[in-house]
Structures are given as structure tokens and as C-alpha cells.
Design a protein around this ligand. Structure first.
Ligand code: ADP
Ligand code: MG
Length: 810
């Protein structure tokens, strides 16, 4: 036998001894008792047998029954018991990074092991982490962050990470079991994984695939894998009483009258009425919906009218007051137990939080522990959610639909469900992504309700009428059908599986051909694919970078042109989130209501960073550099406060910068010597040009009229600027074009961050610049003559020459 085998065998024995020792320790016993009480434990033997006999199985079971934390562990434990622990390698994917991290932490605690501590930085395809102990069996890995020991045998990672691994290791060598969790959510990465794995299974007969779902639609997945066996874990939850809007109104003393009055204008009026009445609580008289409809129209008619009205009504201020009233009702009249409130998005959560903080009862920290739970929160914040509050303090968690399935907060007894979630959708015809609050599905509503019955019988307050619930769709549309496919198509290309369209047609529910074509066109336009749809050199580099292709291209160009620093900041900023906050003065407006001057103070603070260069991206660079400066002086707190900046976001940008820096070094795109990489960083025109090269074809032409400006995209669509863009504050913009990262349809189509660019920059840098594999060589200038046509050609060429001269002089 080989040396390696003997080493592994010895380690397997050590693993078995450690596992047994833990189980016999007092804490280990207590933990085992808890684990045995979970419904999944009843199915353990059946499960292990099924996995031994079948290559693929599908498991369904209610949230909280122990799928994620227990099932992978059962396999690990049984392998360890049979003395083969060191030979097994289990991967379990999660749709979100926060759940991958939380679950890994939980599982290592259940095993009495420390989760490894990260001391290295993630490199391209390998992990360069080391840990203190070599006993670590459980680890996690999410984008740009991770904990993995030398001997990790159970790895929780995001589905994106597994896909990335599949790019470089198409056979998943060394992996013995793959769990794909939360498949019922039908995330894009999960659907993609299912296709890739289906292709892989015949080549890896020994690999085991386990699909896990929280709902009972296991059949769908089972038939996709040729009738794979399904196992259902019967869950135990306490009964939860569902109350709909009708009941809630009665409880809270809200009175509703005619719902015909809800229109755009009426909404604002109602809101004002509400505000004036606010001091005289309880007697709230809100002119809103439902009642007359309840009395007279037919069911269908009623549903559609209620849906129409609620679509405009729910997320705004009246909704908040109703939530506040429900929370008061719970705190005053109901038994002990945590409250979980499902909201649409971070915006709403932070608004509601501010509102509740000012409330005499709900804002009292001696009685209420008010927490938030959303995708971008820091790990330290996360932990608080799981903790028990002190006695007589009630925990209230304001959450996005993240808390719906992948995170379990045990002590929840009350759920408040607003019925909406922010859903991305994709308008293939206009090639525009949309981000709109939309109604959840019946499956989601059931899931939300179920969160209240984990420790005792619970209550769920749905803030919509029962018949609206009846009108919900059964399941949500899979993400693959409602997002742009740019990144996905690039990844498919690098899998070398032939035609993108053909590959995607093997999906559970294939996307529309038009959506695929749009993505291919886009990739061709930015130069990632050539005419025959083959990856170009640029495309190959882009697949290595864990960011959107646009941002990846920007990074590469920044490196090539030796102006890396500012570009690094911009890309990090665009992939984290905007550090410019819109607080306080925002509250007086329904979000983004007016394009100009909606956020006077915050807007003014941001424009201080713009220094008349007509660029949100450069304002971001200045804000970041100012923060670094303030850090040296030890005054970051004051700096952020004064400038309406989020310290947390700046910190995140800072660490992401480091990670990208590392990755690009690893890929050989930048040099060790920072000065060399930043030789041209002070050249404004160049920074602008590189922003343009990345964001192309996101361009809008600036059309000046006598008193106003308007903006038109390439496809002749009209767009508006977000109110907090520095460019929204100018009356004229001395550039013919604005480049932007994304347009989003909210109520009309908006562009978020933009930068003014000249004709010459657009011609030189927009489009499929063939930047070859050799850094520093601009192989060819691919003119976009179309853009010339509207302008005076000679004038443009002169400008172009000027610009080129300037560039060359530097
Ligand atoms: P599922 O994946 O089926 O939804 P999990 O495996 O995530 O269920 O959780 C099973 C049980 O483990 C939960 O019901 C909860 O009691 C417990 N649990 C999970 N995570 C934690 C945690 N971080 N802290 C304490 N208990 C937890
Ligand atoms: Mg789970």
C-alpha cells in the first residue's frame, strides 16, 4: 500500500478516537441528546442505506428538522466510525454566504471542535489557509472568505464556490459526497449546478449527490435525475395560527374604509393624514382599502383590485405604522417569545428600525432587543440573532426573506409577514433587470408562518387579506428565468461544454432563447467572446475573477494601464454596496420620489467629493481616500458621521480591495511593486477611460434642453439619474456621455452611479478593445463609428488626437 494510504489510515483512527472521546464527554452527551431529538435522526439509517445504494437521492423536510446540520454529519460520522474518516470529503452548498458560515459554526460546535481560524487570504483556486489544530473537520468557504483546515472533511460553501471549483476541476477529484441544499429556492447557481452535476455523474460513478429541499416538490428534482429515490423527513412543529389582515385590523384598532381612494395621489394624502393623527394613537383612521370590496365584488375582481391597491400601498409608510401597531399589540397583550418581522429589503428595515427606536415602548432597550437580519450584515451582528435575550426582554428581529428558510432562529413565537420580497426580474425584451418588491408565493408564506412554531404554538400575522394569499402563485419563478445571464454564460463557456444555448436547454426550466442571446451579445460586445462564441484572452482572464464580467474587465484594464489603485477602489465599491448613506432627510420622502434634491443633506455631503468631475465613481475614490487619511489621524468616526458615509461599508471595501489585489497578483496581472502599478493613477482622463471600458455598453447620451437635461441609452430608452448621484445635482453636464454600471427599473428606469466621458474616450475605450494576454499591449483600437455619426467627425477626430497626445505625454 502506498505511503499516503497508510497516513490516511492512521489519521482515520485518530479521528475515530476523537469522535468517541467527544461523545463520552458530558457536553458531548448533552449535544447528542439534542441532536437525537431532531426529526432527521429517525431517518438516519434509512438515509445512510439509500446513499449507499443510489448515486442520487432527494430529501425533503420542514425547515429546522435537521437537514443541513445533521445529514452531512451522519455521513461524516459513519465514515469516521468505520475507520475511513480521512478518506471522505463532503461538500454541502448553501445559497447564501451567511448561512454557510452560520451552519459551519454550528456543526463544528456540535462536534466539539473549533472552527478553523482564517489567517491566510483566498487565492485563485486553492485555499491557502492554515489553522492551529489539525483536528478540524468542518470548514466553510464563501467568496473571498473562508475557514478550512488541512484536514477539512466537511466543507460548507456557497453554490457559487462549488461552481468555481468545477471550472478548474471538472471531475471533482477527491470529493466523495455533494449536498446541494435549499434547491426549492431555485437559485440560479443551484439550477446551474444541477446541470453540471448531471453531466458529471456518469463520469464519477462513486460520487454521491444528495439534494435537499424544504418543500414537498421533491418529485420535480427526482425526475430530473431519472427517478432518483426521495426521502421525506416528517417534521415536527407546533401549530401556528394564521391571522390575515382582516383579523389584524381588528386586533390593532385600525379602521379601513374605501379602497378606491388608493391611487398615487391618494397614497401621499393618506400618509399625511396619518402623520397628523399620529399623536392621537389608537384612534387611527386610515383611509385605505378592503372593506367595500369585502362587501360587494366577485372574488376574482376583488383579488385583482386588492392586489393592485396593495402593490402601491404596502411597502410605504402606512405599512410601517401597521407593523408598529402589531408589534405593540404583541408586546402588550401576548405571551413571551421572540418576534420575527419579514420585510421587503434593507431600505425598509432601516426605516422601520429608526421609526421603532423612537417609540416609547418598542424603543425601550430595557424591554425590547431590536435586531436586524439581512444579507450584507457583519458576522458579529449575525450572532446576536441566535442568542437568547435577558429575561423580560423581548427580541424583535427585522429580517429580509433570508430568515425564511436558511436561517433558524429558535425562540421565535410570533411572525409578522408583510407578504412581499424584493425580487429581481429580468425584462429580456428591453434587456433591463428590475428590482421590485413583489408578492411572495404561497410556499414562501407557509414557510414564513412555520418559523413561529419551533418551540411552542405560535402566531403569524399576515398583513394582507386572506384572499390575496389565495391569489399568490404556488411557487416563485426560478432565478434562472428572471436575471440577466451574462456571468452565467461566461462560466458555461469556460466549462468547455459547447454551445451555451444547448447547455442551458438541459436546465430544469430553461431560460428564454432571447435572454441567452442577450447575454452572448453582451459578452461579444465587451470582447469576452469572439464572433464564433469562443472565449478570447480577455474572456479567459474574466472567468478567473470572482466578479461581474464588467467589473473584471475594469480591473484588468486598470492593471494594464498602470492606474490600478483608484480602479480597485471603484470595483470594490461597486461589488460591496454604496458607502454613501441617505439617512434622516430620506424619511420625509417615499424612496426616490423626486429626482432632484430629495436628500438635501446627504446629497450635499456626497457632492463635496465630486469636485466638479461629474463622476460618482471618482467621488467614491475620494471618499475612500479621505477615509484612509482619517484612519491615519484616528478620526474615522467623525469623518464618516460628517460625510454621511457608512464606516462598515468602507471597511468592507477596504478588505475587498486587498483580496482583489491578491487575486490579480496571483493571476500575474499586476506586479509586486505597487508604485509601478499606479504610475498613471493621477491621470484623471485615464481613470475615466478605464471606467468607460468596464461599464460599456452602459452609456447614456446627455441631451441638453433649454432648462433641463435628459438621458438616452443606446437603445433609445429614456433613463433618469438616482437622486443621490452627483450628476443629478448639476444643471448641465459638460460631457456628451455618461457611462453607468447598471440600469434598474424601479418605477421608471434609473441609472445609479455614472461618470461623464468624452467622445474620444468612448471611441477609444468603449467596446471590444482587444487587450491581449500580454499586459501593457493595447493590440488594436476598435472604433465605434456609430457614435461618430451623430457628431461632427472632424471635431471628434481632433479631440481624439488631443486626448491621445495627453495620454502619451503622461
Ligand atoms: P434544516 O436544514 O432542516 O432547516 P438545520 O439543520 O439548519 O435544519 O437545523 C436543525 C436544528 O438545529 C434547528 O431546529 C435548531 O434547533 C438547531 N440549530 C441550527 N442552527 C443552530 C444554531 N446556530 N444555534 C443553535 N441551534 C441551532
Ligand atoms: Mg437547512
Amino acid at each position: 500500500r502506498s505511503v499516503m494510504e497508510r497516513v490516511l489510515q492512521r489519521r482515520s483512527l485518530r479521528m475515530r478516537n476523537m469522535q468517541r472521546a467527544w461523545r463520552e464527554s458530558p457536553e458531548g452527551r448533552k449535544m447528542m441528546d439534542f441532536r437525537k431529538s431532531l426529526p432527521a435522526f429517525q431517518e438516519k439509517e434509512r438515509l445512510l442505506q439509500a446513499i449507499a445504494r443510489n448515486q442520487v437521492i432527494v430529501i425533503s423536510g420542514e425547515t429546522g428538522c435537521g437537514k443541513t446540520t445533521q445529514l452531512p454529519q451522519y455521513i461524516l460520522e459513519s465514515e469516521i466510525e468505520s475507520g475511513r474518516g480521512a478518506f471522505c470529503s463532503i461538500i454541502c452548498t448553501q445559497p447564501r454566504r451567511i448561512s454557510a458560515m452560520a451552519v459551519a459554526e454550528r456543526v463544528s460546535a456540535e462536534r466539539g471542535e473549533p472552527l478553523g481560524e482564517a489567517v491566510g487570504i483566498l487565492s485563485l483556486n486553492t485555499l491557502t489557509y492554515c489553522t492551529h489544530k489539525d483536528s478540524v473537520n468542518v470548514g466553510y468557504k464563501v467568496r473571498l472568505e473562508g475557514v478550512k483546515g488541512k484536514n477539512t472533511h466537511l466543507l460548507f460553501c456557497t453554490s457559487g464556490i462549488l461552481l468555481r471549483r468545477l471550472l478548474s476541476d471538472r471531475n471533482l477529484n477527491g470529493i466523495t459526497h455533494v449536498f446541494v441544499d435549499e434547491i426549492h429556492e431555485r437559485g440560479m447557481n443551484e439550477d446551474f449546478l444541477l446541470i453540471v452535476l448531471k453531466d458529471l455523474l456518469p463520469r464519477r460513478q462513486d460520487l454521491r449527490l444528495i439534494l435537499m429541499s424544504a418543500t414537498l416538490n421533491a418529485e420535480l428534482f427526482s425526475s430530473y435525475y431519472g427517478g432518483a429515490p426521495t426521502i421525506h423527513i416528517p417534521g415536527f412543529t407546533y401549530p401556528v395560527r394564521a391571522q390575515f389582515l382582516e383579523d389584524v385590523l381588528e386586533l390593532t384598532g385600525y379602521k379601513l374604509t374605501s379602497f378606491n381612494q388608493v391611487d398615487d395621489y391618494g397614497q401621499e394624502k393618506m400618509w399625511k393624514t396619518q402623520k397628523q393623527l399620529a399623536p392621537r394613537k389608537r384612534k387611527n383612521q386610515i383611509t385605505t382599502l378592503v372593506e367595500d370590496a369585502l362587501n360587494n365584488s366577485s372574488f376574482d375582481n376583488y383579488c385583482s383590485r386588492v392586489r393592485d391597491a396593495l402593490a402601491r400601498w404596502m411597502p410605504d409608510c402606512i405599512g410601517f405604522n401597521l407593523i408598529e401597531a402589531v408589534l405593540c399589540h404583541i408586546c402588550r397583550k401576548e405571551r413571551q417569545g421572540a418576534v420575527l418581522v419579514f420585510m421587503t429589503g434593507w431600505e425598509d428595515i432601516s426605516c422601520l428600525r429608526d421609526q421603532l427606536k423612537a417609540h416609547p415602548l418598542l424603543g425601550d432597550p430595557n424591554r425590547i432587543l431590536l435586531l436586524t437580519c439581512h444579507g450584507s450584515m457583519a458576522t458579529s451582528e449575525q450572532k446576536l440573532i441566535f442568542e437568547k435575550p435577558p429575561p423580560n426582554v423581548r427580541k424583535i428581529v427585522l429580517a429580509t426573506n433570508m430568515a425564511e428558510a436558511s436561517i433558524t432562529i429558535n425562540d421565535v413565537v410570533f411572525v409578522v409577514d408583510c407578504g412581499k420580497a424584493k425580487e429581481t426580474s429580468y425584462d429580456a425584451l428591453n434587456n433591463t433587470p428590475c428590482l421590485l418588491p413583489s408578492w411572495i408565493s404561497k410556499a414562501s408564506a407557509r414557510q414564513r408562518k412555520g418559523r413561529a412554531g419551533r418551540v411552542q404554538p405560535g402566531e403569524c400575522y399576515h398583513l394582507y387579506p386572506r384572499c390575496v394569499y389565495e391569489a399568490f402563485a404556488e411557487y416563485q419563478l426560478p432565478e434562472l428565468l428572471r436575471t440577466p445571464l451574462n456571468s452565467l454564460c461566461l462560466q458555461i463557456k469556460s466549462l468547455q461544454v459547447g454551445s451555451i444555448g444547448e447547455f442551458l436547454s438541459a436546465a430544469l426550466q430553461p431560460p428564454k432563447p432571447l435572454a441567452v442571446q442577450n447575454a452572448i451579445d453582451f459578452l461579444k460586445m465587451i470582447g469576452a467572446l469572439d464572433e464564433k462564441e469562443n472565449l478570447t484572452d480577455l474572456g479567459k482572464y474574466l472567468t478567473m475573477l470572482p466578479v461581474d464580467p464588467k467589473l473584471g474587465k475594469m480591473l484588468i484594464m486598470g492593471a494594464i494601464f498602470r492606474c490600478f489603485g483608484p480602479i480597485l477602489t471603484i470595483v470594490s465599491g461597486l461589488s460591496v454596496r454604496d458607502p454613501f448613506l441617505l439617512p434622516q432627510d430620506k424619511k420625509d420622502f417615499p424612496a426616490y420620489k423626486s429626482a432632484f434634491g430629495a436628500f438635501p443633506l446627504a446629497g450635499a455631503a456626497k457632492s463635496r467629493f465630486s469636485a466638479k468631475d461629474y463622476s460618482d465613481h471618482m467621488a467614491l475614490v475620494r471618499a475612500y481616500e479621505g477615509w484612509k487619511e482619517a484612519e491615519r489621524e484616528g478620526s474615522t468616526y467623525e469623518y464618516c458621521w460628517r460625510n454621511f458615509l457608512s464606516a462598515q461599508t468602507l471597511q468592507a471595501i477596504h478588505s475587498l480591495r486587498k483580496q482583489f489585489n491578491f487575486i490579480l497578483k496571483d493571476a500575474g496581472l499586476i506586479e509586486e511593486d505597487t508604485n509601478n502599478n499606479n504610475k498613471l493613477s493621477h491621470n484623471q482622463a485615464l481613470v475615466r477611460a478605464i471606467i468607460c471600458s468596464g461599464l460599456y455598453p452602459g452609456i447614456a447620451s446627455v441631451v441638453h434642453r433649454e432648462t433641463s437635461m435628459s438621458f438616452k441609452t443606446m437603445d433609445d430608452g429614456q433613463v433618469s439619474l438616482y437622486a443621490n448621484s452627483v450628476n443629478a445635482r448639476y444643471e448641465t453636464i459638460p460631457y456628451p456621455w455618461l457611462v453607468f454600471g447598471e440600469k434598474v427599473k424601479v418605477n421608471s428606469v434609473f441609472i445609479r452611479d455614472s461618470t461623464g466621458v468624452s467622445d474620444s474616450i468612448l471611441i477609444l475605450f468603449g467596446g471590444a478593445l482587444a487587450c491581449g494576454a500580454q499586459a501593457g499591449h493595447l493590440k488594436m483600437l476598435n472604433g465605434y463609428i456609430d457614435f461618430f455619426m451623430d457628431h461632427n467627425l472632424a471635431e471628434c477626430l481632433l479631440k481624439l488626437k488631443e486626448e491621445l497626445d495627453k495620454l502619451l505625454q503622461k
